[in-house]
Design a protein around this ligand. Structure first.
Ligand SMILES: O=C(CO)[C@H](O)[C@H](O)COP(=O)(O)O
Ligand SMILES: [Co+2]
Length: 225
């Protein structure tokens, strides 16, 4: 299975966002993880589709780069933002299972707008919730499952190792599904994530606050093999 390192731009210098994104991809980052927070679903505010749109445009025009924009929507009513994120250039739209009443319809809407679909689950939410929306398990309908390894809302928090039980359970049931872990992932914690079955590793602080981004990403990749 292919592994991805997804640098979380939450820990980048927002005043130099495009340059930071270009540099982190050059340092070996595979996909850009864009944390969208609305001050309701989580107690923090970050960025929305207008900033993503400017970033996508600058990356194309200045750096000739078509990056993969993995957008993690930590928002209430994610349905409201599908159209805007698609228009802004999002590659993947990951919503929280706790934030919607009708994930099946939401998944169809996201796909209808040409984006890949991810579903995310907070630490306190049992995995069984994803099976509670009719006959079909939500995990069988998506491209990616995001297991939060911190309480969503802020970068720089401590990794919650007990969340890896969810990763193991998903991997057992879905051998080919992309499984992302997000929160506190670093050179110290990535190996256990990979061993549990994750193949997509979000890291903000661990990369952007490191002195040598390329060396850190290379080390993370080696540990995840
Ligand atoms: O979704 C998130 C927080 O809600 C971030 O993606 C995550 O916290 C990454 O930051 P760090 O690697 O610093 O923990
Ligand atoms: Co995130």
């Amino acid at each position: 299975m292919v592994n991805f390192i997804s640098p979380s731009i939450l820990s980048s210098d927002f005043a130099n966002l495009a340059e930071e994104c270009y540099n982190v991809l050059n340092a070996g980052g595979d996909r850009l993880h864009v944390d969208v927070m609305d001050g309701h679903f989580v107690p923090n505010l970050t960025l929305g589709a207008p900033i993503l749109k400017s970033l996508v445009k600058r990356m194309k025009e200045k750096y000739a780069t078509n990056a993969y924009y993995d957008c993690h929507l930590m928002v209430a009513e994610p349905e409201k933002w599908v159209k805007d994120f698609a228009a802004a250039g999002a590659s993947m739209f990951t919503f929280h299972i706790e934030a919607t009443k009708d994930p099946v319809a939401l998944i169809q809407t996201i796909r209808g707008h040409g984006m890949a679909v991810g579903v995310s689950i907070k630490p306190g939410t049992p995995l069984s919730v994803t099976a509670g929306f009719g006959k079909t398990d939500i995990l069988s309908m998506v491209d990616l499952a995001l297991v939060m390894t911190v309480e969503p809302g802020f970068g720089g928090q401590s990794f919650m190792g007990d969340m890896l039980d969810k990763v193991r359970e998903i991997r057992k049931r879905y051998p080919d599904l992309e499984i992302q872990v997000d929160g506190g992932v670093s050179v110290d914690t990535i190996k256990q994530c990979a061993e549990a079955g994750a193949n997509n590793f979000v890291a903000g602080t661990a990369i952007f606050k490191a002195e040598d981004w390329a060396a850190t990403i290379a080390e993370m990749k080696a540990l995840a093999k």
